[in-house]
Design a protein around this ligand. Structure first.
Ligand code: ASP
Ligand code: MG
Length: 404
């Protein structure tokens, strides 16, 4: 028994039947003696549909008005869910972000939560023993205007509320039943994890495993909110995300992820002298182009090559920018390859296990897959490969770590 925050995503509340299903999950939890705060997203594609409506009227609508519009999606799902709970005979109240005390900065459309004044929610829980339903994705700024937190922001609303209310658990209900060792849609033998650490989850999320909104995981880590990801469609246990997870001794890693949003740039025959790398990467930094893997070749007399990866969508801009400074940087040409992919293994236990990287490279060698670049961090090894090799590579690596 305790205080549980439950978040339900758009697919979980997409229609009347699903809202009734969610109402049952919430009231079951309440009946077991818990206080429940539920945070809901807008139904199904509502947010996309609202954006489309706005575009018909004014494709350049201000962000303030967009937030006024988009925040209505969550009001619909929350009030409907409260009605479903009323029908089941339980005390319930639905609250907007403003009523729930969610205070944000004033960056419309991607606001950050600054503080949550929990008095109202606390009163509803304590005095009225109500189930409290809160609109995800929205808050209010210092001008009393409605703000939204950016697409997918309801996860962050839920974690922020869990932190502010010092909840015992924050359950994120979605349409998958947890975090897997690889994307189960493409990888044979992908297994659901019982537990994963915040750090591993952050790596997997930024590598393209789209289960939780990244900001929500960062926030959960910071405020030590116990998270659980589970499906609203099945009754199976989900995956717990926490500070320290059970060691995966046998497998050494927690997952394999692939990220297609990468491109490799190579500066060929750059002058081999001090300050060149500094110049190249400051230029990119000034334009907010993030560089990921960097490789500098051994000099051949006067020159050397510098290759690096950026987001695929940044590749052309990065190339243009460097071309503009060709004279001062002194290189022959820039090669751009957008048909590459980054495949990574992630595991908190990696540090203590020598040979994890070698095992990954061995799997790729056995599958006859060529590696272009390698980078490592404390809990991650990434390789850059041809995009055509991506799926085979993920499968081969996954087999090596999880099938043996
Ligand atoms: N309804 C918002 C969106 O679709 C927020 C969310 O679903 O988390 O982005
Ligand atoms: Mg959504």
């Amino acid at each position: 028994m305790g205080l549980i925050v439950q978040k339900f995503g758009g697919t979980s509340v997409a229609n009347a039947e699903r809202i009734q299903n969610v109402a049952r999950i919430i009231t079951d939890t309440y009946r077991q003696g818990n206080s429940v705060v539920a945070v809901l997203s807008a139904q199904g594609d509502t947010t996309d549909d609202l954006i489309e409506k706005a575009q018909e009227i004014n494709p350049r609508a201000s962000r303030r008005e967009m937030d006024m519009l988009l925040s209505t999606g969550e009001q619909i799902s929350c009030s409907l869910c409260a009605m479903a709970i009323e029908a089941l005979g339980y005390p319930v109240v639905s609250l907007t972000g403003w009523q729930a005390g969610v205070q944000t900065n004033s960056t419309y459309s991607s606001a950050k939560i600054k503080k949550i004044r929990t008095e109202r929610i606390q009163a509803e829980l304590d005095r009225n023993h109500s189930i409290v339903i809160v609109t995800g994705f929205q808050g209010i700024n210092k001008y009393d205007d409605i703000t939204t937190l950016g697409r997918g922001g309801s996860d962050t609303s839920a974690v922020a509320l869990a932190a502010a209310l010092k909840a015992d658990l924050c359950q994120i209900y979605t349409d998958v039943d947890g975090i897997y060792t690889a994307d189960p849609r493409y990888v044979k033998g992908a297994k659901k994890l019982d537990e994963i650490t915040f750090d591993e989850m952050l790596e997997l999320a930024s590598l393209g495993a789209q289960v939780l909104h990244n900001r929500s995981v960062e926030m959960a880590k910071k405020y030590r909110v116990n998270l659980e990801v589970l499906s609203s469609f099945t009754k199976k246990p989900g995956t717990k995300v926490k500070e320290v997870a059970k060691q995966m001794e046998k497998t050494q890693i927690s997952g394999v992820a692939k990220d297609k949003n990468v491109a490799r740039l190579a500066l060929v025959n750059v002058e081999d002298k001090p300050g060149i790398a500094y110049k190249v990467f400051s230029l990119l930094g000034q334009k907010d182009i993030n560089v990921d893997i960097i490789l500098q070749s051994i000099g051949r007399g006067e020159t050397q090559d510098i290759s690096f990866t950026v987001k695929r969508s940044d590749a052309d801009q990065a190339k243009e920018l460097l071309e503009e400074h060709k004279a001062s940087l002194g290189f022959d040409r820039i090669d751009v390859n957008k048909e590459v992919v980054k495949v990574s293994i992630v595991g908190a236990g990696m540090l203590e296990n020598a040979g994890v990287a070698a095992k990954m490279f061995g799997a790729l060698y056995d599958a006859d897959i060529n590696i272009h670049m390698i980078s490592t961090s404390e809990i991650k090894v990434s390789v850059l490969l041809d995009e055509s090799d991506a799926n085979a590579a993920v499968q081969a690596i996954h087999d090596k770590f999880f099938e043996e």
